[in-house]
Design a protein around this ligand. Structure first.
Ligand code: HEC
Ligand code: HEC
Length: 271
């Protein structure tokens, strides 16, 4: 709007408003020599490089703390940023701070764990969905089923040094992952321990993602993480072509549909 009204203003100075409008249209046509949806290099065209997961892990951890840019930034930088540090262009031209949006499950909404978003986004620079989805699934299933964090920064700790309690989230969602850990440990969501936990999970996720990406590049990637039992059980009927084809996704159903203490009605008779 601003640019157009400036051009219009220039048009008025030069003579008529119409003159300004024509000038604006011409310059738009000139800069759009690229065909729609065409991408320089083609789709998924950047070349990945093998990385040293142990070298990248502390970078993921530090990235989490860097200006508070958080988990998605840390995980993504430890992969694509390190490729940039080692190999220069095009990796180093990426505007890494874009990944800050993933912090706290995307803009504080507690949806997908940002570390997973960062790692999956890094994979997506190099592989389209046919190849990428099994890699992402391997990472996500591992996250659902692993007691996290697995990473310990040792003397490099920036929040809380020493041991941190772990928990199995059964979920890739920031909300469930964090809230369950806080419930089990009695620590608050805004505690330093919780930040330290998420920084360490950022490094844990980076290590796993890099192992998967390295194996993919070497042609040795095989998915080893099994689906949780609920997938086979519930998707007997809640799947395409089955009795109740109304369900989207492949997340573990257990945390939300088990009818346990945590998924019961909290709007009545609740403290
Ligand atoms: C034997 C088939 C079958 C299996 C197995 C099954 N469902 Fe269902 N489910 C249905 C049908 C049929 C409906 C009715 C919804 C519809 O009309 O599509 C339903 C409805 C639901 C609903 C919405 C209504 C309600 O009752 O709450 C939820 C949520 C749901 N199922 C979750 C699950 C989960 C989680 C599992 C695994 C633990 C599961 N279902 C396993 C057949 C099944
Ligand atoms: C993160 C929590 C979560 C997970 C994981 C999850 N669901 Fe749900 N699911 C929900 C919520 C919330 C709704 C909406 C409930 C409503 O309609 O109020 C829903 C809706 C559904 C519905 C539609 C019927 C309804 O009640 O609206 C089905 C069927 C269903 N889920 C099955 C599954 C199955 C099968 C899985 C695992 C493969 C699964 N869900 C995983 C939370 C979850």
């Amino acid at each position: 709007m601003e640019a157009i009204s400036r051009r219009n203003a220039l048009g008025i100075i030069g003579g008529t408003i119409l003159g300004g409008t024509i000038a604006a249209t011409t310059s738009f046509a000139q800069v759009t020599s690229q065909k729609r949806f065409e991408q320089s290099g083609g789709p998924f065209s950047w070349t990945p490089h093998v990385l040293d997961a142990q070298e990248c892990a502390p970078i993921a951890y530090d990235g989490y703390w860097e200006n508070g840019w958080g988990c998605a930034y840390g995980a993504f930088y430890s992969i694509v940023g390190v490729m940039g540090e080692k190999h220069g262009a095009p990796y180093n031209s990426f505007p890494f701070t874009m990944l800050e949006v993933g912090k706290s499950g995307i803009a504080d909404f507690g949806t997908i764990c940002g570390a997973l978003l960062g790692a999956a986004s890094a994979m997506a620079l190099f592989w389209g969905r046919k190849e990428r989805n099994p890699m992402v699934a391997e990472l996500f299933r591992w996250y659902e089923q692993t007691a996290l964090p697995t990473y310990d920064p040792g003397s490099g700790a920036k929040g809380i040094p020493g041991k941190i309690p772990t928990s199995i989230s059964q979920s890739v969602l920031c909300h469930i992952s964090v809230s369950k850990w806080c419930y089990e440990t009695g620590l608050t969501e805004k505690s330093k321990e919780r930040s330290e936990r998420c920084a360490r999970i950022t490094a844990s996720v980076a290590i796993k993602a890099i192992e998967i990406m390295n194996a993919k590049q070497k042609g040795s990637f095989i998915a080893v993480q099994a689906d949780p039992k609920s997938i086979a059980d519930c998707r007997q009927c809640h799947a395409p072509g089955k009795e109740s084809d109304i369900f989207k996704g492949v997340m573990d159903c257990t945390p939300c549909h088990s009818g346990g203490e945590h998924s019961a009605n909290k709007f009545v008779n609740h403290p």
